[in-house]
Design a protein around this ligand. Structure first.
Ligand code: HEM
Ligand SMILES: *[C@@H]1O[C@H](CO)[C@@H](O)[C@H](O)[C@H]1NC(C)=O
Ligand SMILES: *[C@@H]1O[C@H](CO)[C@@H](O)[C@H](O)[C@H]1NC(C)=O
Length: 431
């Protein structure tokens, strides 16, 4: 068929009309903060303020640290950004953060994360769920994190620390050690053991399946990252198409690990002092759950989130602490002195209580967490319209709130992308 001039003309006009319509939508949307009288940085079509994040030029943490600096310098208490086309309220003031996270928490109960329970039951964990389901789970899980329970797991950590020293001694002679990866092997073994009761042995062998699959979760391909962006921009659509946040090969592996562990413990009657046991004890006998117990899927999703929330965060902390200690010899010397002294006073026994006597160690950890927060931006989703105290500004239900934690952008980046994985701001509609 030959296109006549008039068919071509019609196609061309339709195309132009569609482009104009999209531009109109963005232009209108990008008036949101201006109309409310909230300060913002000029967005671009179609990324809003997220172009550098999307193009992987800047991590979310660095971008928001920079934004925080700029806006804070203007003595603002809050400001607005456009996460793509979604108006995002950004806090710049500690009192306001406290107000949102504590005092008026009832308006901000959700993280705004993507969940696809049907295709990926492991995604329905306490971090990603919102509202009443989050609350129910959280109430059931809180007793898992008492110091008493931590103490029970402590011998596991000590045992793996001994393995760490042994491995370090063996690998030291062979050349430089990559601190991030080495720390990751340690925390994989610790959390794998504490959460699943499994000897992962990734210190001994860096290529165990547990370690490989754990690493894979935080190392997504470009197409997986694009899918993730889409999941939080269009959660309903992506849910319909069965999209998942983490690679299926990795989630399948953990699904099977949890299934095998559950069956093993039920059949053998073996009990261990670990988080898996606490979760299994919370599960109802038939795995169907009620208001006091967990279903099988809920139990599995929580075991999974303990692992993914636990191993990468702690190894990030460890490797940055090592970096700072290497760069600040005086701090390193003082810390070594404290550790040696406290150990001497306690017959060289490293117990749970002894660790708490190491005050300078805690200062080092606190400062490292301050300088290199593993989650550089905390997120909340507004779940009930909220008037910002002493203003006329209303944060609308469905809009995200970003709380920058990192105070300045740094060249070294820790998991800026992590947040992107968790975040799923909902389209607030045309308000
Ligand atoms: C240095 C280590 C860690 C750091 C820096 C860290 C940091 C964080 C942060 C910043 C949040 C979000 C808080 C918020 O949005 O208000 C969070 C939530 C969470 N973390 Fe960690 N974390 C660490 C270790 C762990 C470990 C070892 C576990 C589990 C065994 C864990 C399990 C969780 C869970 C389940 C949540 C979600 C809680 C909820 O939404 O109710 N984290 N963590
Ligand atoms: C991430 O995966 C790519 C292959 O897709 C690999 O080349 C790279 O070394 C991995 N990075 C880490 C930190 O494991
Ligand atoms: C470290 O931070 C925690 C939490 O903010 C605080 O309770 C503790 O006192 C700090 N420790 C030291 C030694 O600064």
């Amino acid at each position: 068929m030959v296109f006549t001039e008039s068919v071509l003309l019609k196609l061309f006009s339709a195309f132009i009309a569609a482009v104009l319509l999209v531009i109109y939508f963005f232009k209108k949307r990008f008036n949101y903060w201006k109309n409310l009288g909230v300060e913002y940085i000029e967005p671009t079509i179609p990324f809003g303020n997220s172009k550098d994040n999307f193009l992987q030029k800047s991590s979310l943490g660095d971008w928001y640290a920079d934004f925080y600096r700029k806006m804070k310098a203007r003595k603002l208490k809050y400001a607005g950004t456009y996460f793509f086309y979604i108006p995002t309220f950004v806090t710049l003031d500690l009192d306001l953060v406290k107000q949102i996270m504590q005092v008026d928490f009832a308006h901000f109960t959700d993280h705004g994360a993507y969940v696809n329970e049907k295709d990926d039951p492991l995604s329905a964990h306490v971090f990603s769920l919102g509202g009443q389901r989050w609350r129910n789970l959280r109430v059931k899980l809180t007793p898992t994190f008492t110091s008493g329970k931590m103490k029970l797991m402590y011998p596991i950590i000590i045992k793996i620390s001994e393995e760490l020293v042994k491995t370090l001694k063996a690998e030291c002679g062979k050349g430089p050690i990559e601190a991030k990866d080495f720390s990751g092997r340690f925390t994989t073994d610790v959390i794998g053991n504490c959460a699943f009761g499994i000897e992962c042995n990734s210190l001994r062998d860096p290529n165990t399946e547990f370690r490989i699959k754990g690493k894979r979760i935080f190392n997504l391909t470009i197409s997986e990252l694009l899918l993730n962006f889409a999941s939080f921009l269009f959660p309903k659509t992506m849910n319909f198409f069965g999209a998942r946040l983490f690679p299926k090969e990795a989630t399948d592996f953990f699904w099977n690990v949890i299934k095998d562990t559950t069956e093993y413990r039920e059949k053998s009657g073996v009990r261990r002092n670990d988080a898996m046991q606490l979760l299994l004890d919370m599960m109802s006998k038939d795995g169907k759950g009620d208001e006091n117990t967990l279903t099988y899927n809920e139990m599995a999703a929580q075991a999974f989130v303990f692992f993914i929330a636990g191993f990468e965060t702690s190894s990030t902390l460890m490797s940055f602490a090592l970096l700072e200690l290497a760069q600040n010899q005086d701090v390193q010397d003082r810390l070594r002195e404290e550790i040696n002294e406290v150990l001497r006073e306690n017959k060289d026994e490293l117990t749970y209580e002894v660790i708490w006597e190491m005050n300078y160690l805690r200062m080092v950890i606190n400062e490292t967490l301050r300088k290199y927060p593993a989650l550089p931006v905390l997120t909340r989703e507004c779940t009930k319209d909220y008037r910002v105290p002493n203003t006329d500004i209303i944060i609308r239900k469905g809009h995200p709130v970003f709380i920058p934690v990192k105070d300045s952008p740094r060249k070294i980046r820790a998991n800026g992308i992590l947040l992107v994985l968790f975040l799923s701001a909902r389209d607030p509609g045309g308000k």
